[in-house]
Design a protein around this ligand. Sequence first.
Ligand code: DC
Length: 208
Amino acid sequence: MIIAIDGPAASGKGTLGRLIARHFGLLYLDTGSLYRAVARDVMARQVDIFDINAARLAAQTLDPATLDDPGLRDPGVGEAASIVAGFPEVREALLEFQRQIASSKPGAVIDGRDIGTVVCPDADAKLFVTAKVEIRAGRRFTELSRAGEAVTPEGVLDMIRRRDARDMERAASPLRPAEDAHLLETSDLSIEASFDTAVAWIERKISR
Ligand code: DC
């Protein structure tokens, strides 16, 4: 079974994806971490983040063992990730790995921006998780301040707006809901309520 979860930055899709994977006993892949790792590797080489050749090389030589690096959660790495994610060559180089995980036993929950539309168009269930931009920025601000990052609410709101614009307006696999995705608006929902709603919908969908 493959469950695709897409949505904008800080929509809560990661937390939800992990809980759903645990509930159904499936693997979990956060594909944002792949783009973040590519950005980290480009930054480590101290070359321009817009250098397409450096980004393609970083994607082609990415070591999946480094995907749990806590440094990937840095806000600067997230922004740089949304830049390298705009290069079709980078997306192409990361596709095979994502599909391998998707087709592994016993199945997987995969979250990102283009999972239901490009990576796994035949997924058994597709969710598109959203929340108002102010709510997402508030959640990300809390998470970053707890992690000791020196951030302000206005700075985080600006950052999320820039990320949304880049992720939605790029030509290569832009963020958009798949036609058969179920829209989950979590602005007024707790994690528990979002999880219950998502599981109920997935169970209905896979029993059809
Ligand atoms: O989900 P995240 O915030 O960790 O993702 C970081 C960036 O990676 C995001 O701004 C866009 C990019 N991304 C993408 O283009 N496609 C994906 N499937 C996942 C992430």
